[in-house]
Ligand binder design. Structure first.
Ligand code: AP5
Ligand code: MG
Length: 218
């Protein structure tokens, strides 16, 4: 059976950080809507330029554009076995569209993992975040530093900070999450697929809880 897993959580909750272990455990690809938008922006595509207008002020990219982009990605051959969706869906309309896309593939969301982290912790996490523009690996100055400051452990690329991690934009992103994305917790609870994980623990402890919650689907 294909494993389609949704990773929910506010900005800075640790979605990207936890993605690798989940994907390795289930042998599925990591699909991050934010990473795909940033990749388009780096290539200066029309989609990238459109998305950037929303991303830099902490707003959501419109549903129609986002749903089409993820629909195209799910059609690729590597998703036959499932996928980890990080940052998608983010609205009820996106969640309903995902159900429909998966229905056409004879699949469904098997587990929705909600990483719970209070707002006051998020700003500190994001202000210390550095990411690799090449492989997407995420670090934190204090909680998860690279071996050599400013350089990716995997591929030696110079690490960057995301422009939307400025404190004002982070506050806006948290508000957008609370208004538009938090209702998805109830959406997936009603479907009986929600798993809540305490995202304030250490990176290792969060990973342990996530993998334990997925033990039944492996
Ligand atoms: P996106 O890229 O998805 O950003 P986000 O949801 O705001 O989440 P982040 O990537 O900021 O956080 P994360 O949970 O991945 O945390 P991380 O693991 O990096 O989206 C960006 C923008 O794109 C959106 O604002 C929107 O405009 C647009 N967009 C994307 N998807 C969309 C959609 N579906 N619809 C419409 N628009 C969309 O960790 C953060 C930091 O904390 C790191 O430094 C890490 O090292 C550290 N850390 C992680 N875990 C721990 C821990 N347990 N303890 C201590 N530190 C930790
Ligand atoms: Mg992320």
């Amino acid at each position: 059976m294909a494993h389609f897993i949704v990773l929910l959580g506010p900005p800075g909750a640790g979605k990207g950080t936890q993605a690798k272990a989940i994907c390795e455990a289930l042998n599925i690809p990591h699909i991050s809507s934010g990473d795909i938008f940033r990749e388009h922006l780096s290539k200066q595509t029309e989609l990238g330029k459109l998305a950037d207008g929303y991303i830099k002020c902490g707003q959501l990219v419109p549903d129609d554009v986002t749903i089409r982009m993820i629909g195209d990605r799910l059609k690729q051959a590597d998703c036959a076995n499932g996928a980890l969706l990080d940052g998608f869906p983010r609205t009820i309309a996106q969640a309903q569209a995902l159900d429909e896309l998966l229905r056409k593939m004879n699949a469904r969301v098997q587990t929705a993992i909600s990483l719970n982290v209070p707002a006051e912790v998020l700003v500190e996490r994001l202000s210390g975040r550095w990411s690799c523009p090449s492989c997407g690996r995420v670090y934190h100055e204090v909680y998860n530093p690279p071996k050599q400051a400013g350089i990716c452990d995997e591929d030696d690329t110079t690490l960057i900070q995301r422009p939307d991690d400025r404190a004002e934009t982070v506050r806006q992103r948290i508000e957008v999450y609370q208004n538009q994305t938090e209702p998805l917790i109830e959406y997936y609870r009603q479907k009986g697929v929600l798993v809540g994980v305490d995202g304030t623990q250490s990176i290792e402890a969060v990973q342990h809880d996530i993998l334990a919650s997925l033990a039944g689907v492996r």
